[in-house]
Every structure is written in structure tokens, then in C-alpha cells.
Ligand binder design. Structure first.
Ligand code: ACO
Length: 311
């Protein structure tokens, strides 16, 4: 890249300007965004699977309607993000192919199983709660199409989190069995949710560059700390225990201190060896294969329309 152009680009970023698809951008800025946005899109669509698993077994019509619309929202988020990634010159087919071939990453969190209905509640509260913290930051990112997609996504995620927390609060006041069920789900989801924010800042090769270019404005550890501070208070309010014996409020810093994440588990899941990685990939590959006739029919329809126009 031309050093003069790089300097002008950095000035635009430092002045808080938004970068639009047709603007000049460093090739590395483009490739970093394609990496991050396509991974994000994949996370949204793979994220439909753990909760989709419970649609047919929701305990009431009201809960079923909420879950259906939530899972549909995640599909919509995937679509905005694939479209936003296309503005950088990476086609949807290309990035989807990378996912289907197991070459693309998606969030580690979706490689854990949903064993009971309480998991659906806790995903809404913790996983969507974590997503909001990360994505509110990204709504201020320097790339226009990404930041605009995030504004709408965050609004929808807020609804997801509220419905999850409302269910957790209800169950936490229920029978001893219900309380046990929701506590068990929190015990299983707390640490994987903490891992969503990525490695420690010292082990995060992309953070410095993304911060320099205004894609991220906070580091992985900073976001993780905000997540802990907020969710520990929410847990207390409804009588849920956080499964971390080292959790302690530090009066001086005004933040909660917490135990160490099992990084071996994290990297194992990221590398494809988590409890549900294989099932998730298989479900996506089958969905792609089963949707082939729809893609072919749509192409044929478009071809006929074109022919009609030409006549
Ligand atoms: N799951 C899987 N891979 C991860 C995770 C995770 N939780 N955290 C980090 N990684 C990967 C990174 O993708 C990177 O791999 P790569 O260079 O091969 O792409 C590697 O670990 C090192 O991490 P970092 O250098 O810290 O990566 P980065 O600075 O991009 O930060 C993060 C990772 C926080 C996930 C960032 O990319 C991000 O904010 N992405 C957009 C949000 C997103 O994808 N959310 C998905 C879950 S939310 C939802 O879908 C409801």
C-alpha cells in the first residue's frame, strides 16, 4: 500500500470518519474486516442450531413464539453480515464455502450442547448478554456497513437478552427442581460465555491492529470485565450463583476480580474439537445440500425473467 495513502487513511480514522465501501482502504484493513465479519456472520447462523433444537419442545405457546422469532432474528443477522461482507468484495458463496469446508472459524460458544430448556434461558441471558457488550462496541466501528448492521442487531439482541433474563428470574423463583435446573445451566454456560470474548489481550494477535483502525475500540479483556461486572449483579438480583470461587469485588477498582479461564478448553474448541463441533458442521453441510434445489430453482427463475425481458 502507498505510504501516503496509508497516512491519509489513518488520519480519517483518527478524526472519527466512517469508511465506506468505495473509499480507498489498506488491503490489510479489508482482509481483517472480511475475516472478522464473515466469522461473525457464520456465528449468527451456526448460533441458530443450539436453540433451534428446542423449538419443538418449548414449554408453552408463548415461549415457542418468542424462541421462533429469536432464532429467525439470528438468521437475519447472518444475512445482514454476509451482505455487509460482500461490500468488501468477498462473495457470500465464497465465505460460505470456507465455513462448509471447515476452514472458517465461528464463535466457540456454539459448540456446546443445549441439554435442557434452562439452557435456552441461560443462552438468552448470558450469551446474548455477552454479544451485546461486544456488538455495542462494534456499532461504533470505523467501517460504515458493519457499524450500521450492528445498530439493528444490537436492538434485537437486547430483546433476546431480556427474554432470557426474564425466564431465568422466573425459574429462579420456582420449585427447588426448577431452581436446580437453571443453576445447572448457568454452571455449564458461564465459562464458555467468558471465552466468547477471545484470548487475553497479550495473546490476541489481531487486537492492536483492529484498535488502531477503529474496528474495535475495546480489548477482549476490557469487554470481558464489563460482562462480568454487569452479569454478576444480575445473577445476585435473582439469587443465581456464579460458578467461580475466585469471584470477588474489588472496592478500589470498582470491578469484580475473577478466576482463570481454561484456555486449553478454549483452543480445543476453536480448533474443532469441542463437544458439538462435528454435529454443527454436519448440520450446516446437510442444510446446504438440502437447499440446493431452492438455489437452482431461484437461478432458473431469474434466467427465465431475464429471457422475458430480452424479448
Ligand atoms: N471463538 C472462536 N474463535 C475465536 C474466539 C471465539 N470465541 N475468540 C477469538 N477467536 C479466534 C480469532 O478469530 C482469531 O483467529 P483468526 O486470526 O484465525 O481469525 C484468534 O482466535 C485470535 O483472537 P484475536 O486476535 O483476539 O481475534 P480478534 O481480535 O478478531 O477478536 C473477537 C476476536 C472478539 C471474536 C472479534 O473477532 C469480534 O469481536 N468479532 C465480531 C463479533 C463476533 O463474531 N461475535 C460472535 C458471537 S456473537 C453471536 O453470534 C450471537
Amino acid at each position: 500500500d502507498d505510504p501516503k495513502k496509508l497516512e491519509e487513511f489513518q488520519e480519517r480514522i483518527d478524526n472519527g470518519e466512517t469508511i465506506e465501501p468505495k473509499d480507498w482502504m489498506p488491503s490489510r484493513y479489508r482482509s481483517q474486516l472480511i475475516r472478522m465479519m464473515s466469522q461473525h456472520a457464520h456465528s449468527e447462523v451456526v448460533g441458530m442450531l443450539p436453540e433451534g433444537n428446542w423449538i419443538t419442545r418449548a414449554p408453552s405457546l408463548r415461549r415457542k413464539l418468542i424462541l421462533l422469532s429469536k432464532v429467525q432474528d439470528e438468521a437475519g443477522h447472518g444475512l445482514y453480515l454476509y451482505s455487509a461482507t460482500e461490500t468488501l468484495g468477498a462473495s457470500r458463496e465464497e465465505v460460505l464455502q470456507q465455513l462448509l469446508e471447515g476452514k472458517a472459524k465461528y464463535s466457540s460458544i456454539f459448540n456446546y450442547p443445549t441439554l435442557s430448556w434452562a439452557d435456552v434461558m441461560v443462552i438468552g441471558w448470558l450469551v446474548d448478554g455477552a454479544a451485546i457488550i461486544n456488538q455495542t462496541m462494534l456499532a461504533r466501528s470505523s467501517y460504515g456497513p458493519y457499524s450500521r448492521a450492528m445498530v439493528r442487531i444490537c436492538k434485537e439482541e437486547s430483546f433476546h437478552k431480556k427474554q432470557g433474563y426474564e425466564m431465568v428470574a422466573t425459574m429462579a423463583q420456582g420449585t427447588p427442581e426448577q431452581q436446580e435446573m437453571v443453576q445447572d445451566a448457568v454452571n455449564r454456560w458461564w465459562w464458555p460465555t467468558m471465552m466468547m470474548f477471545g484470548p487475553h489481550d497479550d495473546d490476541s494477535p489481531n487486537s492492536a491492529e483492529l484498535i488502531k483502525w477503529g474496528v474495535k475500540s475495546k480489548t477482549n479483556d476490557e469487554l470481558r470485565q464489563s460482562f462480568v461486572d454487569r452479569h454478576v449483579e444480575e445473577a445476585k438480583a435473582v439469587g443465581i450463583e456464579i460458578p467461580d470461587p475466585e469471584l470477588e469485588f474489588n472496592e478500589e477498582t470498582g470491578h469484580y476480580e475473577f478466576g482463570e479461564i481454561d484456555w486449553d478448553e478454549f483452543w480445543n474448541v476453536v480448533k474443532g474439537n469441542g463437544p458439538m463441533n462435528r454435529e454443527r458442521m454436519k448440520a450446516k453441510q446437510e442444510a446446504h445440500e438440502n437447499g440446493k434445489w431452492v438455489r437452482e430453482a431461484a437461478e432458473e427463475y431469474a434466467r427465465k425473467k431475464r429471457l422475458q425481458k430480452e424479448k
